[in-house]
Design a protein around this ligand. Structure first.
Ligand code: HEC
Ligand code: HEC
Ligand code: HEC
Ligand code: HEC
Ligand code: HEC
Length: 310
């Protein structure tokens, strides 16, 4: 069957008697017309489908652009946005979890970072967003919301001064290519503990903690007691966690977790010095430039204004 002559013989037109020629060519013309019509039909159908597809893609492009420029990404709407509003489009930030094992086979459980081996770390490795929003510790001690950290971003420009409409060069809140300002947000819970400089302790906390029964409340039952009055912390639950550990000398673990135990920075956050009952007269030198109340956008109680401040 693969010989050339066999193929040629098969392709040769069948012999036709002369009196059938007319009838046959009419038949063939009809067949050709039908074929042509249906090819045209298929072609037209395809064009309609392609046009619909183009429209769909174009419309989706429009939707993506509209969503990217959702008013919720900007001030002032982002300040009052609820988590539910953000999650309507971004549910992946809470749903996606780290893989059990990497594609190369390294198991998450076998590659634990130092900060995942602290006494307060519970459960499997989890994502950044989930560790701050939905894990048991996050829910117990904290009450973070999307807009605690996210204060809006410019979808077009991620650098200061890059265009006429972008944030100005002097705007340090708009840190290059970051959608959250780390200095004003992350540093609050991930800075150093100024043990020597401000608290007058003889050394860094891990070295001196036994002298204080590993308890911050020994001093902080008297100092800076009007703390954590902000909407992203559960002030009472934090104190309870510290008290619950006093008997077993683990009281400081919860506190230290946000005040030096999980530091991404070599500096400490310059906390506001909210006046507390029994606060001594006069301001220490290091505190002269400190604000006297927490950031307004987080406050859970109205500020009692005194003549000297504001
Ligand atoms: C209508 C849907 C929608 C809503 C509501 C929405 N977003 Fe977005 N968001 C988007 C889209 C679309 C993008 C752009 C994604 C891209 O460019 O890949 C985006 C981008 C972002 C980015 C930047 C991501 C990046 O890598 O550049 C952040 C951060 C963000 N949104 C946070 C929020 C927060 C916080 C809220 C609530 C205050 C919110 N979004 C509400 C749809 C939405
Ligand atoms: C503890 C602070 C914090 C909280 C709370 C938070 N985010 Fe983020 N989010 C970040 C940081 C930091 C990034 C990375 C920003 C960057 O790359 O510049 C980020 C990135 C994102 C992105 C970009 C895509 C990604 O996953 O990296 C989206 C979308 C986003 N957040 C949405 C949300 C939503 C929705 C909520 C509330 C349910 C939320 N975030 C709560 C700090 C936070
Ligand atoms: C209100 C306090 C608070 C703020 C603000 C905060 N964190 Fe955290 N962060 C925590 C606590 C508490 C944990 C430990 C959670 C745990 O162990 O379950 C943590 C854990 C982490 C982890 C480790 C997650 C893991 O996989 O174990 C990273 C990374 C991190 N924070 C980065 C940031 C960054 C970046 C920001 C700023 C966008 C930020 N945090 C803001 C309190 C905070
Ligand atoms: C020996 C007593 C003592 C112990 C123990 C102690 N502190 Fe302090 N702490 C102080 C004093 C004193 C101040 C400064 C009070 C003031 O503002 O005048 C202070 C201030 C602070 C501040 C505010 C720092 C600032 O920059 O405004 C934080 C946060 C803090 N302590 C957390 C802790 C934590 C967490 C622990 C336990 C891990 C702890 N302290 C243990 C005495 C102590
Ligand atoms: C989940 C994180 C977290 C934990 C746990 C935590 N803190 Fe704080 N702490 C913060 C943040 C954030 C602030 C700054 C709040 C603000 O802006 O007023 C703060 C502020 C403070 C201040 C300064 C208060 C002021 O207004 O003068 C002191 C003192 C302090 N914490 C001590 C403690 C002690 C003691 C514990 C344990 C009982 C503790 N913290 C546990 C996050 C935490």
């Amino acid at each position: 069957m693969i010989s050339g002559s066999g193929t040629a013989a098969q392709l040769a037109p069948p012999p036709t008697p002369p009196d059938n020629v007319m009838e046959n060519s009419v038949k063939w013309i009809l067949v050709a017309l039908v074929v042509a019509a249906s090819i045209w039909g298929i072609g037209a159908g395809r064009e309609i489908r392609q046009a619909a597809e183009r429209e769909r893609v174009a419309d989706q492009g429009g939707q993506l652009l509209r969503a990217t420029y959702s008013p919720l990404h900007f001030n002032p709407a982002i300040d009052s946005a609820t988590d539910q509003q953000c999650l309507a489009c971004h549910k992946e930030v809470l749903e996606e979890k780290p893989r059990v094992a990497s594609p190369a086979g390294v198991r998450a459980a076998d590659s634990v970072a130092w900060y995942q081996r602290t006494s307060t770390y519970n459960g499997e490795q989890d994502s950044f967003h989930r560790r701050h929003l939905v894990t048991p510790m996050a829910k117990n001690l904290m009450n973070l919301r999307c807009n605690t950290c996210h204060q809006g971003h410019d979808p077009r420009e991620e650098a200061q001064g890059a265009s006429a409409t972008s944030a100005s060069q002097t705007d340090t809140g708009f840190t290059l290519r970051k959608q959250v300002n780390p200095e004003t947000i992350c540093l609050k819970c991930h800075g150093q503990m100024p043990a020597k400089e401000i608290m007058g302790l003889p050394g860094p906390w891990p070295e001196v903690k036994d002298m204080f029964q590993n308890d911050c409340l020994g001093c902080h039952a008297a100092f800076r007691t009007k703390r954590h009055q902000v909407n992203y912390l559960n002030a009472d639950a934090i104190e309870d966690a510290a008290k619950a550990g006093q008997a077993t000398k683990t009281g400081a673990e919860a506190c230290y977790g946000c005040h030096g135990g999980r530091p991404w920075y070599r500096i400490a956050y310059p906390y506001a010095r909210n006046p507390w009952p029994g606060m001594p007269e006069g301001t220490p030198e290091w505190a002269r430039l400190r604000p006297q109340h927490s950031e307004l956008r987080y406050l859970t109680q109205p500020v009692k204004s005194t003549a000297a401040e504001h």
